[in-house]
Design a protein around this ligand. Structure first.
Ligand code: NDP
Length: 276
């Protein structure tokens, strides 16, 4: 049977085996998907071993996404732009890489949650790996304005400069600190910081969230995070966590490997933790 795996450190928390096994059952694909914990200094050796044993592809999670992109012989534009990959596909001596995190986010926002990005004002909080992966897919939706706000202001500015240097329109993509946000509210606000993992709130002013808009926290399974609580207090009607993004990026990888796109609604429903 064809073998796939998710590689990370730690990996015990990963939902990927459950998600891909459900996809395989639903689509009638014969495959086995497991979780592998690689030593912090042993990502490439772990992938090499899995390939030698006949592995067909892997998902890659924290902290190996940058190494995964560097490991590949053929990184897709999206992975190259992010400098990070979350999926690898093996083809003889070649190793293809892609990054489906951003496309999973966009699919969840636009398709599952029904919020347009085209022509809207979008705010991304954070300037780490998740934001890097989200920028290109969000820009492809042609927002009116996309602002990247980060605690370490230099990091946001450098990231924006990098993407503008590669062709992103400078009048659309801007960055800075939380103090640079101005007075106008945003239609879609995505918390791509890791603050929620420590029950912390990024210093986003409540007025930046539009009551008719969407507040989206990329973390999942944590219920109502401090960011989502802020949005609720502000009266934002649509709140979401990152479970849909997680399942959608998995579906993209599955389709890339197997040539068949699984339905995601049932799996999202199964993994969803109520936002209370
Ligand atoms: P990184 O470590 O690369 O970046 C973390 C970012 O969070 C930095 O910009 C950092 O700011 C900021 N930050 C951390 N703590 C705070 C705080 N207390 N206040 C303000 N800003 C803070 O993480 P990733 O980008 O890889 O991941 C970000 C989040 O996205 C994680 O929670 C992760 O679980 C989630 N994620 C979800 C996915 C999904 O499928 N749903 C997929 C990928 C990620 P600074 O630069 O100033 O340190």
């Amino acid at each position: 049977m064809d073998r796939y795996a998710v590689i990370g450190h730690p990996i015990g928390h990963s939902k990927s085996p459950l998600i891909h096994t459900a996809f395989a059952e639903a689509t009638g694909q014969a495959l086995v998907y497991t979780a592998i914990e690689a030593p912090l200094d042993g990502f490439a050796a772990t992938v090499d071993r899995f390939r030698a044993e006949g592995g067909r592809g892997v998902n890659v999670t924290v902290p190996f996404k940058l190494e995964a992109c560097a490991y590949a012989t053929d990184p897709a534009d999206r992975a190259r732009a992010a400098g990070a990959a979350n999926a690898l596909k093996f083809d003889g001596d070649r190793c293809l890489a892609d990054n489906f995190d951003g496309v999973g986010l966009v699919r969840d926002i636009v398709h599952n949650l029904g919020h347009a990005v085209r022509g809207r004002r979008v705010l991304l909080l954070g300037a780490g790996g998740a934001t890097r992966g989200a920028l290109l897919p969000l820009l492809e939706q042609a927002p009116a304005h996309l602002f990247v706000a980060n605690r370490s202001v230099d990091k946001a500015l450098a990231l924006v400069q990098e993407f503008v240097g590669r062709g992103a329109p400078a009048h659309v993509l801007e960055g800075g600190g939380y103090a640079d946000l101005g007075g106008d509210a945003f239609d879609v606000v995505v918390n791509a910081t890791s603050a929620s993992l420590g029950q912390a709130l990024p210093p986003v002013p409540a007025h930046a969230l539009h009551p008719d808009g969407l507040a989206y926290d990329m973390v999942y399974g944590q219920g109502l995070t401090p960011f989502l609580q802020l949005a609720q207090t502000r009266g934002v009607r649509h709140l979401a966590d990152g479970v849909g993004m997680l399942v959608e990026q998995a579906a993209e990888a599955f389709a890339w490997w197997r040539g068949v796109r699984p339905d995601t609604a049932t799996t999202i429903q199964r993994l969803r933790v109520p936002l209370i």
